[in-house]
Design a protein around this ligand. Structure first.
Ligand code: CA
Length: 222
């Protein structure tokens, strides 16, 4: 995965330095600006993957920058607000912000929000079945926003069922395609894996995702 470039505009230099350092530690390339005008022209020149904007800037407000960035593209935008500016949430979202964070916040929280936004944009190649998202590039599965950690075999199994949502796959087919071998007739390994997958889906809020067709096999709900 190539390094993601994040552009920050924040006139409080302490915060700017802190965010720059933390985001660089998290593996991002960071372009930092303390002026709205310069930040805006840099957005146009450097095409960042995500933009973080302080709302209260002396020259050009974060909201105005968001509006102008939005006019030319769909770069994700996170706006930082002072606590007493939170009431303008609707205005910020209207201006095109994808998310906002009220100060003071934990930097870890910002990094998490950044990752959520970037993930949304990279899910282009992913398969979505209702709330279920399977990203084959990174071998990740999500229920809504929440990532579900499957073992390699569980991942292969759910991906196999997702090949054709709604189609009933027999145990034999699953064994041959996911295990690549005939398992002993007494083996309940497929059922055990299905139970584990269901448990993990349920923990994330996903109920009834895999149907059992008695005596035949399983199907992913379409
Ligand atoms: Ca400010």
């Amino acid at each position: 995965m190539s390094t993601k470039r994040i552009l920050i505009v924040e006139d409080d230099l302490d915060i700017l330095r802190l965010l720059t350092r933390e985001l660089e530690d998290a593996g991002f390339e960071v372009l930092a600006f303390d002026s709205g005008m310069r930040g805006l022209s840099a957005v146009r020149e450097s095409e960042p993957d995500l933009v973080i904007l302080d709302l209260g800037l002396p020259d050009l407000s974060g909201q105005e920058i968001a509006r102008r960035v939005r006019r030319t593209g769909d770069t994700p935008i996170i706006i930082l607000t002072a606590a007493d500016e939170v009431g303008t949430k609707v205005e910020m979202l209207n201006a095109g912000a994808d998310d906002y964070l009220a100060k003071p916040f934990h930097v870890e929280e910002l990094v998490a929000r950044v990752n959520v936004q970037l993930r949304k944009r990279t899910l282009g190649s992913a398969q979505k079945i209702g709330e279920l998202t399977i990203d084959p590039v990174r071998r990740q599965v999500f229920w809504g926003e929440e990532e579900i950690r499957f073992s390699p075999r569980e991942y292969e199994l759910i991906t196999y069922l997702a090949g054709q949502p709604g189609r009933v796959y027999s145990r034999k087919e699953i064994e041959n395609n996911v295990w690549g071998e005939d398992l002993p007739p007494s083996s309940n390994v497929v059922d055990v894996h299905i139970a584990n997958i269901r448990g993990k889906l349920r923990d994330a809020g996903g109920y009834g995702v895999i149907r059992t067709i008695r005596g035949v096999g399983y199907a992913l709900k379409s």
